[in-house]
Design a binder for this molecule. Sequence first.
Ligand code: GDP
Ligand code: MG
Length: 159
Amino acid sequence: MIERTLVLVKPDGVQRGLIGEIIARFEQRGLKIVGIKMVWIDEKFSKKHYSAHVGKKMYPLLEKFITSAPVVAIAVEGIHAVELARKVAGSTEPKTAPIGTIRGDYAHVSYDYADAKQISVKNLLHASGNKEEAEQEVGLWFSETELYEYETSHDRHVL
Ligand code: GDP
Ligand code: MG
């Protein structure tokens, strides 16, 4: 039941100075950061990370956005971490993301607006969509030596 998942603070989150706020949302509910780094990815790496989206109409917009500035990659671990990270992030479209989620609290853009403007929906972060995606993405972004096992107070007092 203990899972690892990938969170990325996307270029808009980094450039808006929201790295700390976003990380805090995961830390506050006891998810453990087991890997973290800043990376400026290129088009080739974008195609690996978003392999499921390559070929879709929106992909070129997504690639332009995700390669426009550095991102902060975070491997987080916890009980049902994949589902929990998606819940913390909120739904893809900030307009419909519930208040209390990162996307609902720090953005409000709609699909219609982003499509009309021909830009990717700026929604601050990425969180792996399911367990298979999470395993694949943590492996893509982090080598084994960049992932750490250590004890937190949550291991002792919360879990
Ligand atoms: P996520 O898993 O919630 O990030 O959403 P997806 O995997 O479906 O899409 C990847 C990213 O592409 C999203 O986070 C948005 O930044 C962008 N995106 C998704 N759907 C659309 C769309 O319909 N229009 C535009 N402009 N961008 C989109
Ligand atoms: Mg996705």
